[in-house]
Design a protein around this ligand. Sequence first.
Ligand code: ADP
Ligand code: MG
Length: 174
Amino acid sequence: MPARPQTMQSKPLATSLAWIGLGANLGDSTATLAWALEQLHQQAHVQVQRASSLYRSAPVDATGPDYINAVAELSTTLAPQALLECLQGLELAAGRQRPYRNAPRTLDLDIVWFGEQQIATPSLTVPHPRWHERAFVLHPLAELLPERISASQLQAVQTQRIERLPQRWTAWAV
Ligand code: ADP
Ligand code: MG
């Protein structure tokens, strides 16, 4: 039997853990974040493993209403760029517009870390370049991965107003 052409050989897809930051400050932000997690979990190649508590934070370098934020841990067989495109599709579906930089938004989904990968392409920088400067990323990340966030990193953002909310997520797991 002839060998299968190289391109037909099936290759096991590696599963990566990725951490994404979710934020919203227009509309029903809490509902939008829950919707985003449900949508992500329903993607064929993405599973939402864990999510932090919900947080309320003051806008950084921007005006507008307070944000609702969280960080979620995903397992995925998608490549980083494909995950970014998936996140951007959800932002669009949630009515995201970009009238100017740091404008209020119905939904912002950022890749904070993608496994241990370091990526620098025109459309994607991973780890996210500002993850360690933002209380709204550090606090939820510290909840999920306490061993990876130090007290001094949290102290460095202590002037940024943020509070953990008592609300629970509506379930996203099937
Ligand atoms: P921001 O989240 O920085 O306020 P946007 O959500 O409007 O701004 O994203 C602007 C661009 O940032 C996107 O078009 C995307 O290509 C790029 N980008 C670079 N790295 C990342 C990342 N790690 N996660 C999400 N977007 C990223
Ligand atoms: Mg973004």
